[in-house]
Design a protein around this ligand. Structure first.
Ligand code: ADP
Ligand code: 5GP
Length: 235
């Protein structure tokens, strides 16, 4: 297992290809990562963002207290329950759900801004968030990936190894994992996170391929018209 961030790669293909100047803007896609707690979503998200700094991370709001080292506004927007509920009531959440007795939700505005700017957004949400975003108006722009642990024993080892949760919290998370894993088949892709380097590479491959889809390159029509004009110039 290697946990060092991989920095040997050349710069990522931030946007699959270069848009034609003046051509229609590419809309950002929504990359959803879900997994049982401890399988490695946060680790893999961090690595993907290091690989591609153009990726926007959807910073969720939560009523759970911060873990040591977690920064408000960067890892989560830490909110009281009444504050969170007011955001939901004001329609500010793209999705929200109760997980392990706390509320979690994805604020809508930053996602819409990133999409409009052609930036892809990464989500670390549970299966309920995945379902809600897929069935929202933005569902067509979703690419979803479920991360599986190599074994349940390893999942527990990782949860303990993280050293941030009490025994009671670890037990609650383990009990919930079976339920989370039962949703694996709702996702477009599944990655087993044995080796972090290999799992990261699989995620990069998924992102590269999804960015290269024809319908994600709206400028292609104009580009091919240009190729045809070039043909005409040759005759
Ligand atoms: P999640 O966000 O899914 O709850 P984390 O990313 O916090 O999970 O990972 C849980 C723990 O497992 C962390 O201590 C992390 O460093 C470790 N970890 C993640 N991926 C791997 C891997 N492929 N091999 C070994 N340990 C890993
Ligand atoms: P943690 O407390 O370990 O950071 O996260 C616990 C669980 O909540 C994880 O499964 C994580 O994916 C999920 N989660 C984090 N943010 C959101 C969110 O905005 N919406 C939903 N539905 N789940 C979230």
């Amino acid at each position: 297992m290697t946990m060092a961030p991989s920095d040997a790669d050349p710069a990522p293909t931030a946007v699959a290809s270069q848009p034609v100047p003046g051509g229609p803007q590419r809309k950002g896609l929504l990359l959803i990562l879900s997994s049982p707690s401890g399988a490695g979503k946060s680790t893999l998200s961090r690595r993907l963002m290091t690989w591609d700094p153009t990726l926007a991370f959807s910073v969720s709001a939560t009523t759970r207290p911060p873990r040591p080292g977690e920064v408000d506004g960067r890892h989560y927007h830490f909110r009281s329950r009444p504050e969170f509920e007011a955001m939901v009531a004001a329609g500010e959440m793209l999705e929200h759900a109760e997980v392990f007795g706390n509320l979690y939700g994805s604020p809508r505005a930053p996602v819409e801004q990133a999409m409009a700017a052609g930036r892809d957004t990464l989500f670390d949400v549970d299966w309920q968030g995945g379902q809600q975003i897929r069935s929202s108006a933005l569902g067509r722009d979703v690419v979803s990936v479920f991360i599986l642990p190599p074994s349940i024993a390893e999942l527990e080892t990782r949860l303990r190894g993280r050293g941030q949760d009490s025994e009671a919290v670890i037990a609650a998370r383990m009990a919930k994992s079976r339920d989370e894993i039962s949703h694996w088949a709702e996702y477009d892709y599944v990655v087993v996170n044995r080796d972090a380097d290999a799992a990261e590479e699989e995620l990069r491959t998924i992102l590269r391929a999804e960015r290269a889809r024809r319908d994600r390159q709206p400028w292609l029509g104009e580009f091919v018209r240009g190729l045809n004009r070039e043909f005409e110039g040759l005759t």
